[in-house]
Design a binder for this molecule. Structure first.
Ligand SMILES: [Cu+2]
Length: 164
């Protein structure tokens, strides 16, 4: 009798452990890397089109993320559209010092699972951010995201409008 109870308990524990592992795997989330070596949801960055490009530069004597507003149009999802292909963002620091790239929902309504990408770039450095489509359609509830430099408050940010 005890043996049966123990095995039932053990299998319940195994099921619980298995499901939590599956949950952790499910949200792969955005990936950061170089064009040559990076990949997201099994797709190499170099096989994807660059959807957006952000550059840290000086505009009118101020440090800024350029462009000030970017639009990511995901409306054409059907045949001939992107068919769930991940979004690839190129991020370049064209300034002298180190700067941060922080892409987030940046809203009081943003849940703990909402997307929050943070990179620190050396002067002249370029990085790529690959974002699975599921993260943009489900995790990012608002259609508006913010780009900020997490290192400098005065560094002007950018808005990313997502049409879906
Ligand atoms: Cu900065």
């Amino acid at each position: 009798m005890h043996k049966v109870l123990l095995s039932v308990l053990l299998s319940v524990m195994l099921v619980a452990a298995g499901s939590s592992a599956a949950l952790a795997l499910q949200s792969g989330g955005p990936m950061i890397g170089d064009l040559a070596t990076g990949s997201v949801v099994g797709q190499p960055f170099k096989s994807l089109d660059v959807d957006l490009e952000f550059i840290a530069l000086k505009i009118g004597g101020k440090k800024a993320w350029y462009p000030g507003t970017a639009v990511l149009d995901l409306r054409n999802q059907g045949t001939g559209g992107r068919r769930g292909q991940p979004v690839l963002i190129k991020v370049t620091n064209a300034l002298d010092g180190e700067h941060g790239f922080n892409l987030s929902a940046d809203s009081a309504f943003a849940g703990p699972t909402s997307m929050n990408v943070k990179i620190t770039l050396k002067p002249g450095e370029t990085k790529y951010v690959g974002i699975p489509m599921s993260d943009l359609t489900y995790v990012t509830a608002p259609g508006n995201m913010k780009v900020k430099c997490q290192l400098h408050k005065a560094h002007l940010g950018s808005s990313l409008l997502i049409l879906k």
